[in-house]
Design a protein around this ligand. Structure first.
Ligand code: ADP
Length: 241
């Protein structure tokens, strides 16, 4: 029998989480003030008309503050999911109804990219019992990544569902750049991002996949990746049926 004292490791982990949580809140409050003030200036009805140069700069302030807010929200969500006891209240989800309802509005909201989406859910009765907000986060993160890390003229995304007696598999394929073999084991670690020269200058904090992995594992499942550079990537989430 080997007994290992993990008190120090656990204390360090808790300190990191407290720090992260405190920082996120301290950053979010002033950022809200910046965004609200910039929006008021941009509307021109309170502070007066803007010239073209002023419009350009204030729009840049707004764009960057939105990106920043998304990053901080990601940090907050991640901290919360890692420190709080997760609500595992499950509900039954019929996947062939659920998937288009979740993914279509995401795709429709993106105007500057051409996206072809295919959802292959062969049996209308494929159902799963899971916490819906967790499944939403899992799917949103994977679909967002499939779009984000893809500079093809036509972005192709295929979502397919398979079910056996014990397991349900949801796969998300994209025709993007793919993920180098040496990074495939690391991208599920928090804050890990592949070098910018490879993925392009894309917003993110490297928390999405760590969050997905955590959510999948609290539901007793796993996530796998198959990818080759230039041939896209397929993430497969396997959950108990
Ligand atoms: P973020 O999206 O915030 O960078 P993630 O944890 O979601 O963080 O992803 C980690 C890294 O894995 C990304 O920075 C990206 O380099 C790589 N990655 C994730 N999904 C894909 C994908 N579908 N295609 C190519 N690379 C990806």
């Amino acid at each position: 029998i080997t007994i290992r004292d993990v008190t120090d490791a656990r204390t360090e982990e808790l300190m990191k989480q407290d720090f992260l949580s405190l920082m996120s809140h301290k950053l979010r409050t002033p950022l809200n003030v910046i965004t609200q003030s910039a929006s008021i200036i941009r509307k021109e009805n309170i502070c007066g008309p803007l010239n073209d140069k002023q419009k350009k700069y204030i729009e840049s302030v707004l764009r960057q503050s939105r990106l920043h807010a998304n990053l901080i929200d990601g940090l907050l969500k991640f901290t919360e999911l890692n420190t709080m006891k997760l609500d595992l209240q499950k509900e039954e989800i019929v996947l062939c109804d659920y998937l288009p309802l979740l993914v279509n509005p995401m795709i429709e909201g993106i105007k500057d990219k051409k996206i072809e989406l295919k959802i292959d859910c062969p049996d209308k009765c494929y159902r799963i019992r899971i916490n819906k907000s967790h499944l939403d986060m899992i799917m949103r993160n994977l679909v967002e990544n499939a779009i984000k890390f893809n500079d093809k003229e036509v972005i192709k995304i295929s979502i397919s569902v398979k079910k056996s007696a014990q397991e349900l598999e949801i796969s998300i394929y994209d025709n993007g750049r793919g993920i180098p073999a040496e990074d495939q084991g690391k991208i599920f670690e928090k804050f890990y991002q592949i070098e910018k020269f490879f993925t392009g200058n894309v917003a993110g904090a490297g928390l999405g996949l760590a969050l997905v992995k955590r959510l999948v594992s609290v539901h007793g499942g796993q996530i796998d990746l198959k990818s080759e550079i230039g041939k896209g990537a397929t993430f497969t989430v396997t959950l108990p049926a």
